[in-house]
Design a protein around this ligand. Structure first.
Ligand code: FEO
Length: 395
């Protein structure tokens, strides 16, 4: 069922209450999600994006209940990823001649995924415009690498709506559609998780793009992303928040992340947390066993942190695979402006701390020399080194 966003603009997407993971199993979904598609019915009828492949037939059937598909003058594909383009195959089978407006990279992406189907692509670049009648037009803005090479946003004049696609979105099922109706805590939590896990690697580009969009001087009354809540109440709040997040964001928080074999490394983890509380009561402390905690949630806490402390015992001359995999993901997210320290127990060769330090440096962290390397179980002597380690992190 289409739901009005403003004047002749409606939401025709899919609220995905049952989605549990995204990007395969790489992103955990805790509060549902949505794939937002939009229908503009001015002098011209325009469909902006579609929904994920498994729901493509329902999408087309539902759309048919709202309009004669042949009335669609233009399809806008802001992004080729299949959570937004997945219903194009079913849709274009019904209206094969209808022009699809997208970036040159999106043509490659769509043809790469769905094959060359002879779709009527119209390639657009930043600043290109499309008249849609009633004195209104669409203006296209390339959003290269936010978060794919093909990404773009579409701005609608008159109603001043920015259809931003993935940017400013959240994996969060908001049945009420709008940010002012959503649970505010969940909205913030899901927006920062989305930024951390999907957009943070591209923070430099986010900062530049925000400058560019603000510099275009377009009045923005609504930001309509392709996932989660539509920002109609103070829409620029999320743009301002993105600008803050993109600038090597940190709060007064330290996150301890570790895994353990026989709890020695766990003891050190909690002793470090206790010492942070003692030395700096204002600092928020979070402690996670990375083998058990959700990695996307932990990374969001890392994003908020000014420092992290990472622990693993030595196993087979290396570190636990849980920690190794976690650090690989940490590296991918390209955090900036954060310190790190390492700790861990060992019984034989004892390489884990050195390996952790090297991997953390490689992941872009400023690694302090202080570390805790405990033979079998942490002794009082080992624990006595913790205050110096914490001091170097909170300095
Ligand atoms: Fe929501 Fe990049 O797809």
């Amino acid at each position: 069922m289409k739901r009005q966003i403003k004047n002749n603009v409606s939401w025709v997407g899919y609220i995905d209450w049952e989605l549990e993971t995204f990007h395969g199993d790489d992103y955990s979904i805790m509060n549902g999600s949505s794939q937002n598609a939009y229908l503009v019915e001015e002098g011209k009828t325009v469909l902006i994006d579609t929904i994920w492949t498994p729901h493509r037939f329902d999408f087309v059937e539902n759309l048919k209940k709202e309009i004669d598909l042949k009335k669609i003058d233009y399809v806008i594909a802001n992004h080729g990823e299949c959570d937004h383009s997945g219903a194009l195959t079913a849709l274009m089978a019904e209206i094969p001649e209808t022009p699809i407006y997208c970036t040159a990279q999106a043509v490659k992406s769509l043809e790469g995924q769905y094959g060359k189907r002879g779709w009527n692509f119209h390639v657009v670049k930043t600043g290109d415009e499309l008249e849609i009648g009633n004195g209104k037009k669409l203006v296209f803005v390339e959003m290269k690498m936010l978060h794919w090479p093909d990404s773009m946003a579409t701005y609608m004049t008159g109603d001043n709506i920015l259809f931003s696609n993935d940017a400013f979105g959240q994996h969060y099922a908001v049945d009420e559609l709008f940010n002012d109706k959503a649970d505010q805590c969940l909205l913030y939590k899901e927006a920062i998780k989305y930024y951390t896990n999907i957009l943070n690697p591209f923070s430099n580009l986010v900062a530049k793009k925000i400058e560019e969009i603000v510099g275009m001087g377009l009045p923005i009354n609504i930001i309509a992303p392709s996932h989660g809540a539509i920002w109609r109440e103070r829409p620029m709040q999320i743009v301002e928040t993105y600008a803050k997040w993109a600038a090597a964001y940190q709060e007064n928080q330290i996150t301890v992340a570790y895994d353990t074999m026989w709890e020695g490394t766990t003891q050190i983890a909690h002793a470090i947390a206790e010492e942070i509380r003692r030395q700096s009561p204002e600092t928020v402390v979070k402690v996670f066993n990375v083998a058990k905690a959700d990695k996307n949630e932990v990374m969001t806490e890392v994003f908020k942190s000014k420092a992290i402390v990472v622990g693993s015992p030595t196993v087979s001359n290396s570190i636990l695979s849980s920690v190794a995999g976690w650090i690989e993901f940490l590296k991918q997210l390209k955090f900036k402006n954060k310190k790190a320290a390492a700790f861990g127990c060992y019984g034989w060769s004892g390489e884990s701390v050195k390996i952790l330090q090297e991997k953390l440096k490689d992941a872009g962290f400023e690694v302090v020399e202080e570390n805790i390397r405990a033979f079998w179980k942490p002794t009082e002597e080992d624990m006595a080194k913790i205050p110096a380690l914490v001091k170097s992190l909170i300095a």
